[in-house]
Design a protein around this ligand. Structure first.
Ligand code: BGC
Length: 744
């Protein structure tokens, strides 16, 4: 018998016994759920569907009376222990879920998710989420309202900072990594906001979204689907109405797609009083109707509305909501609690605090993650890194010394006292190089006046190099922070222009939660580094990059516009009948601004240069079950080591409906020593080269597929492959293959 055969047999047996073990563990959970459900009164069942925040309206005795299934905004072990003690006094002693918005750190803050996405690295996303979860779960939090899987093509929307940007493939890979990282660190994920919330009209938070169903499947839903496959314990319904149907009462989203097509068997919570908002949406006359519509559509848990607990028992008794619907919702909640092991967990030690954080290891991880997120947008004349021989640096700008702002929105238990500011980071590093550092804010955070400009110019003129740190203070980013004008706020442009006019070399570090409109600054300031909100260790990471201890490798996870009026703007758009032609007004153009972005999706420079050569498609004619394999040589042509994100895009040039001009299908981040060449092979399953129809089925049409490989979305052609025969897949069949689309 050949060894490979024996090993194959052994692994088949191992897999089948693992599957059996998994199935019997599942059965055991289901038995425990049924047993418990059988003991519950209607009121106790509805209690499990009630999610209440710390503070009013939570009455602590609700917990011992079995009227709360989950709580949120508990962020310390003392409160968790108190609630757990009350659970032990309740009749059925069903443990609570303790939920919190742990998005990018608990005490130690990591870069905001949009910045983290710029690392183009599932490893980095996993690491950041794992750390966030480790710290939060230490004090008893067991459930996070994250990741946010909302794709957005419109940076007027402030919450774009909480997501992964504009690309469905990148979003799927990173959302999965985040779910897995949270779980590894001890937090169950609640992936949000299901769905379409990232495309509100006018970029206005909470506003209506119109997205055709096929486009939902192709663009807005893949990241959520990836979360299901990565094992997200729960989902959160979005505030917005999708095509006229509020997500909180949308049976297509919550039941047809999430449960029936994707097989999700965890639970769905509403967003904050989202059920009550069905009245404002105009689809419910009162709280009872809102509760009824939400639960019938598939929302299992009511966050902060108190409408389920108030109305569902009567709705059941009146026959308007079948008790079986309530049972199913409770089953989903209990199943999740059993799966998480909450019934078998020892109570938390109330003496635990987060004062031990940030630990040295957490700081190291936060610095590592932040370094990978920095995007070098331009570097004319090689202003960066700081040259040897530099004797003095003027650090100008209010965000250079903004310990709270650099933590970004939703900073859980982040303390500004823990922050290493950009000024701190530069000072520490400069000191070891014998460089003197001066600092002048230039203006305050909102930058409403130029009163402080003279002092800033004075400092600039005395220095060899100016490092300007400007952008978007934290309060202008995140939830409820939609903006109509994304220009650098207040007098920032004027101040940066004045700094550039001194003739000193200027490097601009931008802090913020989305692209800032730079106007003339992009032309006059030679070097620009996007730092997002870099977190607790942000200052060290930025200094690492400025001084060249680390070579920037981040890439833009979204398209950077020249003007706010270009939004929504994204690279994977459809062709038009009139592609842009210079000097032809009657083609795709603006008459008052260029049609191109300032920096394309996937863009990011390095202190070295990478060259691509010898791209080759392994097999040109492709059948179902095969993959498009593209190999390319990537060479580091410079004298510094660097990392490059090799990106593969495809286009279906002739199909039964217009297909995007480019779609990212695979990427890989590689390390290259000076002069080194690596042959990188990127693999795309054939089953991810097609598109959806409105019913959720997927088709890969026979015919040519164009391939592009390079370091950003303007990548060069690598030739063509051919799909031999059309492949059609009904929605449920895509279940198994969707995960194979996540090549990383
Ligand atoms: C946000 C959610 C968040 C919830 C709880 C809502 O306002 O939309 O994303 O998880 O509050 O804090």
């Amino acid at each position: 018998m050949r060894l490979s055969y024996v090993l194959g047999l052994f692994s088949a047996l191992a897999v089948s016994s693992l599957l059996q073990a998994g199935a019997s563990a599942q059965d055991a959970v289901e038995r425990r759920v049924d047993d418990l459900l059988g003991q519950m009164t209607l009121e106790e069942k509805v209690g499990q569907l009630n999610l209440v925040s710390h503070g009013p309206p939570l009455r602590w005795e609700d917990i011992s009376e079995g009227k709360a299934g989950a709580v949120l905004n508990f962020n310390n072990a003392g409160d968790v222990a108190r609630a757990q003690a009350l659970v032990r006094q309740s009749r059925l002693k069903i443990p609570l879920l303790f939920g919190l918005d742990v998005l990018h750190g608990f005490r130690t803050q990591f870069p905001l998710p949009l910045g983290e996405a710029a690392a183009f690295s599932p490893r980095i996303s996993f690491l950041a989420s794992e750390w966030a979860a480790k710290e939060a779960s230490y004090v008893g939090v067991n459930w996070t309202f994250a990741p946010m899987a909302d794709l957005s093509r419109d940076s007027r929307w402030g919450r774009i900072v909480e997501g992964f940007g504009e690309d469905p493939y990148l979003g799927s890979v990173l959302t999965a990594a985040r779910v897995e990282g949270f779980r590894k660190g001890g937090l169950a994920a609640s992936t949000k906001h299901f769905a379409g919330y990232g495309a509100p009209q006018g970029g206005r938070d909470y506003d209506t979204t119109y997205i055709p169903r096929a486009e939902m499947y192709d663009t807005y839903l893949p990241s959520f689907r990836a979360a299901v496959e990565a094992g997200s314990a729960s989902f959160m319904a979005a505030f917005n109405a999708l095509n006229g149907e509020p997500s909180t009462a949308n049976p297509w989203l919550l039941t047809d797609v999430l449960r029936n097509q994707w097989g999700f068997d965890g639970f769905v919570t509403s967003d904050w009083v989202g059920i009550g908002e069905l009245i404002n949406h105009g689809i419910a006359a009162d709280g009872a109707e809102a509760a009824r519509k939400a639960v019938l559509a598939g929302v299992d848990m009511d966050m902060m509305g108190q409408l389920y607990i108030r109305h569902l028992p009567d709705e059941v008794r009146a026959g308007r909501v079948p008790e079986s619907v309530i049972d199913e919702s409770v089953r989903r909640v209990l199943r999740t609690k059993f799966r998480l092991g909450l019934f078998d967990q020892a109570p938390i030690d109330p003496a635990r605090t987060d004062d031990d954080f940030p630990s040295k290891e957490a700081r190291q991880a936060a610095r590592e993650v932040a370094r990978e997120t920095l995007v070098l947008l331009q570097n004319k004349g090689d202003v960066l890194p700081v040259k040897s021989g530099t004797r003095s640096i003027a650090v100008i700008g209010p965000l250079a010394d903004a310990p709270q702002d650099q933590l970004g929105p939703h900073a859980a238990r982040g303390h500004k006292q823990d922050s290493v500011t950009i000024l701190d980071g530069i000072r520490r590093r400069a000191q070891s190089a014998g460089i003197t550092v001066s600092h002048a804010p230039g203006c305050d955070l909102m930058c409403g006046s130029t009163d402080l400009l003279p002092a800033a110019l004075d400092a600039a003129k005395k220095a060899d190099l100016v490092i300007a740190v400007f952008g978007e203070p934290q309060e202008l980013s995140g939830e409820a922070a939609s903006r109509v004008d994304l220009r650098l706020t207040g007098k920032q442009i004027q101040i940066l222009e004045a700094l550039a006019a001194t003739g000193k070399p200027v490097a601009l570090v931008i802090m913020g939660g989305r692209p800032q409109i730079l106007g003339p600054v992009a032309e006059h300031v030679p070097a620009i580094l996007m730092a997002w909100y870099p977190g607790t260790e942000g200052g060290n990471a930025v200094a690492d990059a400025l001084f060249g201890d680390v070579n920037p490798s981040g890439k833009l996870p979204l398209t950077w516009p020249r003007a706010t009026g270009q939004l929504p703007l994204y690279y994977n758009r459809l062709p038009t009948g009139r592609p842009t032609l210079a000097n032809n007004r009657f083609t795709l153009q603006y008459i008052d601004e260029a049609i191109t972005p300032l920096y394309p999706f996937g863009w990011g420079l390095s202190y070295t240069q990478f060259a691509y050569s010898d791209a080759a498609i392994a097999k040109r004619s492709l059948e179902s079950g095969e993959s498009l394999d593209v190999a390319v040589n990537v060479t580091n042509k410079g004298s510094r080591a660097g990392q490059e994100v090799v990106q593969l895009y495809t286009r279906d040039p002739v199909a039964s409906r217009s297909r995007p001009l480019r779609e990212l299908k695979a990427f890989e981040k590689v390390d290259l020593a000076p002069g080194e060449t690596k042959r990188v092979t990127l693999r795309v399953p054939v089953e991810s080269l097609g598109f959806h129809l409105d019913d959720g089925s997927y088709v890969v049409e026979a015919g040519a597929i164009q391939v592009f490989v390079g370091g950003n979305s303007l990548a060069e052609s690598a030739g063509e492959a051919e799909i031999a025969k059309t492949i059609r897949m009904p929605p449920e069949e895509r279940r198994a293959s969707a995960s194979t689309g996540l090549a990383q």
